[in-house]
Unconditional design. Structure first.
Length: 406
């Protein structure tokens, strides 16, 4: 996840350099920022099915190689068309990451430990922005944007070697002891067993719980990608901060979000292990964390960097606390053998938001010369997300198998 998000934030860091190299407009940059998410979103539903059929390790190795090639292609392209193509390939390569992680966490961890385990990989997405934006920004200023993309390509190849060498599903890991296998087998829900899927894609798309989680999580991802792609530009253009300091300041809310992400996952598991109702705890974290995301409205009218960073930290910090709980939910509501598919549906919704956020923001900023309306649109979507958690998701428990429902 850390390497994934180095690839993703590299574009926002290279904003001004790409303007200079290719002569693009604010609207074009919005489309370029969303290009990655186009193919990422298109792949989510088939990727979920592939994960359930072929497993995490096989899909993960292919995807890692593809995103490594995409990073190198972006560093070498001579044209904007080539850059768009590289971002589209990156979306294909990184498409399995979140559904695969959610499936792997479900295979390896019992339910009572799953939120904190999820928060570790999800926090890496925020930590990548916290350290990646300053690091890649300094690298860009010193040696140019092409080398910053090549750098992420080398990191991706290193990860490919590590993943291929280390990762196994529990059933295939020769280092597990008998007691460890029994512990995992006892704690992992039947829906994650390597069994034939018992629910079709169309059946899952009709389930209120799946739709509620998809809409709620989609609102989170809208704000996430708005900030991921536009925060350095917002700080430099709206608040008139020089480019180097905008890179450094960008890391502040993301570092805070890293901490709240871990806290949200750990706190949820701690309360559940003390006997609190698991569904109520997780729904409360989802709803309250998304409500804190409305803090982005404060940034809409901030006139100083301190005030803007405070409100943005509140917003992304609250959303980050809810994220690991949200990512642990697919393994808790999916019918047997369908976790990858449910994860794919949820992440498809996320990536539609990831496509819309940078493009809508680009148009709004170009038309109004302000980020106020862009942040206001994000707040409206968050309200829809809160309502979805309240009225559609309901109690977090397994959906009836398709045969039983019929």
């Amino acid at each position: 996840m850390l390497v994934n998000y180095f690839d993703r934030v590299n574009l926002s860091v290279s904003h001004d350099a790409l303007f200079t190299t290719f002569g693009i407009s604010t609207i074009t940059f919005g489309y370029l920022s969303g290009a990655y998410n186009w193919t990422y979103a298109m792949c989510q539903l088939p990727i979920g099915v592939m994960l359930d059929r072929f497993g995490v390790r096989r899909v993960g190795r292919i995807s890692t190689m593809l995103w490594s090639i995409a990073s190198f292609a972006a560093s070498l392209t001579p044209s904007m068309g080539g850059f768009f193509a590289a971002r589209l390939l990156l979306g294909v390569g990184e498409a399995p990451t979140f559904p695969a992680n959610a499936k792997a966490i479900g295979l390896w961890f019992p339910v009572r430990e799953r939120s904190f385990a999820t928060s570790i990989f999800d926090a890496a997405a925020k930590f990548a922005s916290a350290i990646g934006v300053p690091l890649l920004g300094i690298l860009l200023l010193k040696v140019g944007w092409r080398w910053s993309f090549a750098f992420t390509g080398f990191l991706s190849l290193l990860y490919f070697v590590l993943f291929s060498t280390i990762y196994r599903d529990p059933a295939d890991d020769p280092k597990l002891t008998i007691s460890e296998r029994e512990y995992i087998a006892e704690g992992v829900s039947a829906s994650l067993a390597t069994a034939k899927p018992q629910a079709s894609l169309s059946y899952l798309l009709r389930q209120r719980k799946v739709l509620g989680l998809a809409l709620g999580f989609g609102s989170y991802n809208y704000v996430f990608y708005l900030l991921l792609t536009w925060l350095p530009s917002y700080l430099s253009s709206a608040l008139h901060i020089d480019l180097l300091h905008s890179f450094l300041y960008t890391g502040v809310p993301w570092l805070f979000a890293t901490c709240t992400d871990l806290l949200g996952g750990w706190g949820s598991d701690a309360l559940i292990q003390r006997g609190w109702d698991a569904s109520r705890v997780r729904r409360t974290v989802l709803i309250c964390g998304t409500a804190f995301g409305l803090g982005i409205l404060g940034a809409a009218h901030a006139h100083t960097a301190t005030r803007a960073l405070l409100w943005i930290s509140i917003s992304i910090g609250g959303l980050a606390a809810a994220a690991p709980v949200g990512w642990s939910v697919p393994s808790m509501i999916a019918p047997r053998g369908s976790v990858g598919t449910v994860g794919g549906i949820v992440n498809f919704s996320n990536q539609i938001s990831g496509i819309a956020a940078p493009i809508i923001t680009g148009y709004v900023v170009a038309a109004t010369r302000s980020y106020a309306w862009a942040f206001g649109i994000a707040a409206i979507y968050l309200l829809i997300g809160i309502a979805s958690y309240l009225f559609l998701l309901g109690r977090i428990e397994p959906i009836a198998p398709q045969a039983a429902a019929a």
